[in-house]
Ligand binder design. Structure first.
Ligand code: ADE
Length: 225
């Protein structure tokens, strides 16, 4: 998968791709990430990418021209499956959306700032709008990083053990069951006996029951279907 991220603060984005699973996905050649500084696409002498909004009101708006130039240059080089704008009024990110995006080949992520982008950008270029939750960030960059993290770990071959992404919370509209590791007893606190019994079918049933109970308690809304 190739991910092109358009931003006014590329420095905010780089380090998460230099560690852990996202770094490994790039090292394995499964993911390519390219950053595009919007200020490199402005004809303005001050590298300005925002302006006052028509009609008055507080807050600056990101101008269409540099965004158009950047997106058009990228689109001239390859086809994109999705051009995603990170915005608090987009559809709320969930595991289903992450699964869909993980199947795509080339995507562009546009990070907004200030009051957002000129509506014509959204009307003309954007194919999908995603929010990471009902709160407002200073810009779309952290949202783009969260989207990248959740999508990249689903790409086949990125995680060492394929099944571990499949057993994540939310993957079947269910939260994950509790997990334990050695020692089997610590300060008198014991691991549930079933987990050390070696009886795989019983362990599976126990995990399913635990996942169901945990989901019922914490997120009954996930069970409504
Ligand atoms: N930009 C500002 N707030 C955001 C949010 N909640 N999700 C995605 N992008 C944003």
């Amino acid at each position: 998968m190739r991910i092109d991220i358009i931003t006014v603060v590329p420095d905010l984005l780089k380090s998460p791709f230099e560690a852990s699973i996202m770094q490994r996905s790039i090292a394995k050649g499964l993911v390519e990430v390219h950053f595009h500084n919007l200020r490199d696409y402005t004809t303005n002498a001050y590298k300005q990418v925002d302006d006052y909004q028509f009609g008055g009101g507080a807050g600056m708006v990101m101008m269409i021209e540099p965004i158009d130039k950047c997106i058009s240059e990228l689109k001239a080089e390859r086809d994109y499956d999705e051009i995603i704008y990170l915005t608090p009024d987009g559809e709320t990110l969930n595991q289903g959306i992450a699964n869909q995006i993980s199947l795509q080949k080339n995507i562009i992520l546009l990070c907004g700032h200030y009051k957002g982008v000129d509506q014509r950008v959204r009307d003309q270029f954007i194919t999908r709008e995603i929010s990471i939750g009902d709160y407002v960030l200073s810009g779309g960059e952290l949202g783009a990083l969260i989207l990248c993290d959740t999508v990249i770990r689903l790409i086949p071959g990125v995680l060492g053990n394929e099944t571990s992404a499949l057993t994540d919370s939310f993957q079947d509209d269910m939260l994950a069951p509790p997990v334990y590791t050695r020692p089997a007893e610590y300060k008198g606190w014991k691991v549930p006996e079933i987990l050390t019994s070696g009886n795989t079918p019983k362990i599976e049933t126990w995990r399913e029951e635990q996942a169901y109970k945990h989901t019922l308690k914490r997120r009954p809304d996930l069970l409504k279907d």
